[in-house]
Ligand binder design. Structure first.
Ligand code: NA7
Length: 298
C-alpha cells in the first residue's frame, strides 16, 4: 500500500464519515480522527487511524482537514464554537466541509477560514452508507479551482466521480438541487407502489418493469427491493432527509424558485418523523403514505 504524504484530519464519524475514513486509510493516507462520541473511533483506530482527544488536537499537524457532520448547527459548533476549529487552524491548511448544509454557511466558513490563511472547499456528497463504505460517492465541490485540484486526489479516493461546480457554496447548492430529486424519487416510488398494490399488481413484477424502463433509477431498484422486504434499515436517516427538505425549502424561498411538490413531500416526511421513524431510512416516508392509503406494499 502506498504511504501518502498528506496528513489528513477527519472529524465526524457518523454513517458517512466512518466509510470515508476507511477509504482514506485504504488509500494510504495518514489520518487523525475525532468524533464527539469518542467510542465511535475504535474500529478506525484498530485500522491505523490516530485518535485525537479534541478538534484542536486533531487538526494541529494536518494539511487537509475534512469533516462531515449532521447539520448546520453541528458545523457551526465545530467550526465557530468554543474550542472549535477556527481557534486551532493555521495558515496553509485546507478545510473541506463534506456535510450537507445551507450554502450561506459554506460562505461564512470560507470567509472565517480565509482570515486565518486557510483555504476552504464545500464538498458534500451524493450516495449513502454503502457508497461511502465502498468509495463510490459522487462529490460536488465549491471553492477555488486550484484548491480543488490540490485536494482532488484525496476526494477521488472516496468517490466514483468528483465535480467542480464553481465558487464557494456551489457544492452545497448542487447538493440541495440533487436532494430535491432524491425526495421526489422516494415519494414517486411510494405513490406508485401503493397504487400498484391497490390495483392488485404484484410488487415484484412492478419492480421488474421499473428496473428496465426509460424511467429506471438506482433508487427505485434499491429502495424498491428493500420496501417489499419491509427493510427500513438506515442508509440515509429520515431525520436528515427532513433537514434537507427544510434546507431546500429555505433555499428556494431565498431564490424565489417554485417548489410546490416538495412542499407536499416535506409534510409527508415531517409526519413520518413525528411517528418516531426519524432514525430509520429515508424510505420510511413511504410508511406515511401507506397509512393514508390503508395498505402496505409487500
Ligand atoms: P450521522 O450518522 O447522523 O452522523 C452525524 C455526525 O455528526 C456524527 O459524527 C455526530 O457525532 C456528529 N455531530 C452531530 N452533532 C454534532 C455536534 N454538535 N458537534 C460535533 N459533532 C456532531 O450522519 P451521516 O454520517 O449519515 O451524514 C452526515 C452528513 O452527510 C449530513 O449532513 C448528511 O445530510 C450528509 P456523534 O457520533 O453523534 O457524537
Amino acid at each position: 500500500m502506498p504511504i501518502r504524504m498528506e496528513r489528513i484530519a477527519y472529524l465526524g464519524l457518523g454513517t458517512m464519515g466512518r466509510g470515508m475514513v476507511s477509504n482514506l486509510l485504504k488509500a494510504g493516507y495518514r489520518v487523525t480522527v475525532w468524533n464527539r462520541t469518542p467510542e465511535r473511533c475504535a474500529a478506525l483506530v484498530a485500522r491505523g487511524a490516530r485518535q485525537a482527544a479534541t478538534p484542536a488536537d486533531a487538526v494541529v499537524d494536518a494539511e487537509i482537514i475534512m469533516y462531515c457532520l449532521s447539520d448546520d448547527s453541528a458545523v457551526r459548533e465545530l467550526v465557530f464554537g468554543a474550542g472549535g476549529l477556527l481557534g486551532a487552524v493555521h495558515e496553509g491548511q485546507i478545510a473541506v466541509d463534506m456535510s450537507t448544509v445551507y450554502p450561506d454557511l459554506s460562505r461564512q466558513e470560507a470567509e472565517a477560514y480565509a482570515s486565518k490563511g486557510v483555504e476552504f472547499l464545500d464538498a458534500p456528497v451524493f450516495g449513502s452508507k454503502n457508497e461511502a463504505a465502498n468509495g463510490g460517492l459522487w462529490i460536488v465541490v465549491g471553492g477555488k479551482k486550484d484548491v480543488y485540484d490540490r485536494v482532488r486526489p484525496v476526494l477521488e479516493s472516496l468517490s466514483e466521480t468528483t465535480h467542480y461546480m464553481g465558487g464557494t457554496g456551489m457544492g452545497t447548492s448542487m447538493k440541495l438541487v440533487g436532494n430535491l430529486i432524491v425526495a421526489f424519487q422516494l415519494e414517486a416510488l411510494g405513490e406508485a407502489m401503493i397504487l400498484a398494490t391497490k390495483a392488485g399488481l404484484c410488487p415484484h413484477d412492478v419492480l421488474g418493469v421499473l428496473h428496465v424502463t426509460d424511467f429506471r433509477s438506482p433508487i427505485f431498484d434499491g429502495v424498491g427491493q428493500a420496501l417489499v422486504k419491509r427493510d427500513f434499515s438506515t442508509n440515509f436517516a429520515l431525520r436528515l432527509m427532513l433537514k434537507d427538505a427544510n434546507l431546500i425549502s429555505r433555499f428556494a424561498q431565498d431564490l424565489n424558485s417554485p417548489i410546490p411538490a416538495l412542499a407536499v413531500i416535506r409534510e409527508t416526511i415531517k409526519f413520518a418523523v413525528n411517528q418516531g421513524w426519524g432514525e430509520e431510512n429515508a424510505s420510511a416516508l413511504i410508511k406515511a403514505l401507506e397509512i393514508e392509503a390503508g395498505v402496505q406494499v409487500r
